[in-house]
Write a protein that binds this ligand. Structure first.
Ligand code: LMR
Length: 461
């Protein structure tokens, strides 16, 4: 076992900094990071010590980071370790970042006395465009409320690690009072530790010539691994929002790999589709979009999704009574919502990011605040126990309500007609076919992939 000396700070100061170069010997450290040792509160933890700590958690190899990075590592009780102590024996929190390593005492600060207990929110794909909008909303209090301190646990990839540090620096510089901790990493088994919310954004985009079956497999593997990691280290009641596409089937894979977490805690993001549908209905009716309610997106976040105008309301009146143009509703409106992502990609040259982040905020807020009387929201959830006759054991977007405690229930009084049933069936068939494609990732045997020909993500038009 390699032992390295530890230089520890006075008890009242910042927690000891760790100069940590993953998978790198101390001698390899970049001199630019070797700050003033006499005054600095810097301790070295060898890569081998880190790895053994890490292995206890995950038994996985930690990938090599291209450059060493300075982070703060906090010992839970600020132990004054004697020189030569085996660093792996110190109980360590996952690494924190920069200013977020400083000690604080929420109870002691006047401003914070009324605050709730801090929550841990993990975000994957944290260096990406969607996260770049989302993280600042999370940190500002816009999502969980102005009295909810938050710890952000940011998961990136080896390739994006520099950008991840950049994100953490911008969060530091934003001086959000509610943002009390930020940690960054590339291993889900470390980053998801104690997560109470996991917002799974990171996924591979479909590359040129890639079959959808290939995309399901590549991204499915990411979500299988992340499901396992959540199962192993997250809070047992963690709420999981899957954003990375194909999000319904990714959510199914994730939940199947996390048997200790209730399946109903997993969501696939279809709120962006709901928001898009509300906007188009408002535009057609000539009202502002706050007058549109009860919009359900049924099914898959794909071009088979069903924006339900039958149950939607404008000013509390059923949409078909306000927009008396059934052909427009069935054809133009439906197609517009189903393919909005693709139209946007053509304009932007990339997928929606800001509106996706906003819809993640909306989706979370729908679960942590009571649903307004008579209204509901759409979210892709596990179908077991659904009252609509939709096949069990898939993740399907349906109308839900919440009393604001993070849980939800299905809405019961929903109308169906033949048109709606037929459309829903198509999305259901698509998801059942996707499920067969990923049987090797859900523990259900050998994958057989025979997808309907027109199966596409909203962005693939
Ligand atoms: C969106 O709906 O904007 C995205 O899911 C589109 C896509 O396919 O990336």
């Amino acid at each position: 076992m390699t032992l390295y000396p530890l230089f520890l700070p006075p008890k009242t100061s910042c927690h000891p900094f760790t100069l940590f170069a993953p998978s790198m010997a101390v001698a390899d450290l970049n001199p630019a990071y070797t700050t003033d040792f006499t005054n600095s509160k810097i301790s070295y933890v060898s890569s081998s010590a880190r790895l053994s700590h890490h292995r206890r958690l995950s038994f996985r190899h930690r990938p090599r980071s291209p450059t060493p990075a300075i982070r703060c590592s906090v010992t839970s009780d600020q132990i004054q370790a004697p020189v030569g102590v085996d660093a792996k024996d110190l109980k360590q929190k996952p690494e924190c970042f920069g200013v977020f390593c400083l000690t604080y005492d929420l109870k002691a600060e006047d401003q914070t006395k009324s605050w709730k207990k801090m929550i841990n929110v993990a975000v994957s794909g944290a260096a990406g465009m969607i996260s770049n909008h989302l993280l600042f909303k999370l940190a500002s209090g816009e999502v969980f409320g102005p009295d909810q301190p938050i710890a952000l646990k940011l998961l990136g990839s080896e390739r994006s690690f520099g950008a991840l540090e950049g994100v953490a620096m911008e969060l530091e510089d934003s001086l959000y009072p509610l943002l009390r901790e930020v940690s960054i990493g590339i291993d889900p088994y470390e980053v998801f530790q104690d997560a109470e919310w996991a917002l799974l954004i990171g996924a591979k985009p479909r590359g040129p010539g890639m079959e959808r079956a290939g995309l399901l497999d590549i991204n499915g593997q990411i979500f299988a691994e992340q499901g396992k990691a959540l199962n192993a280290v997250a809070s047992p009641n963690v709420k999981v929002m899957v954003v990375g596409n194909p999000c319904n089937t990714n959510a199914l894979i994730c939940l199947k790999n996390a048997p200790n977490i209730p399946a109903k805690n997993f969501h696939a993001l279809t709120r962006l589709d709901e928001n898009r549908a509300k906007c188009q209905l408002a535009l057609k009716a000539g009202v502002f979009y706050d007058k549109v309610s009860n919009v359900t997106i049924w099914g898959n976040h794909s071009t088979t999704q069903v924006p339900d105008f039958l149950n939607a309301k404008i000013h509390g009146i059923p949409v078909p009574e306000v927009i008396r143009d059934r052909k427009w509703l069935e054809e133009e409106f439906t197609h517009m919502v189903q393919t909005r992502g693709g139209v946007l990609i053509k304009k932007w040259g990339r997928s929606s990011a800001a509106s996706t982040a906003v819809s993640i905020v909306d989706a979370i807020r729908s679960l942590v605040t009571p649903t307004p009387e008579g209204d509901w929201f759409s979210t892709g959830v596990y179908t077991n126990g659904n009252p609509y006759g939709i096949a069990e054991d898939i993740v399907f977007s349906m109308p839900c309500r919440s009393n604001g405690d993070g849980e939800y229930e299905f809405v019961k009084d929903v109308l169906f007609d033949d048109y709606l049933r037929k459309k829903i069936k198509k999305s259901e068939d698509e998801l059942l076919a996707e499920k067969k494609c990923v049987a090797h990732l859900t523990g259900e045997g050998i994958a057989v992939c025979d997808l309907p020909e027109d199966t596409m993500l909203p962005g693939e038009v």
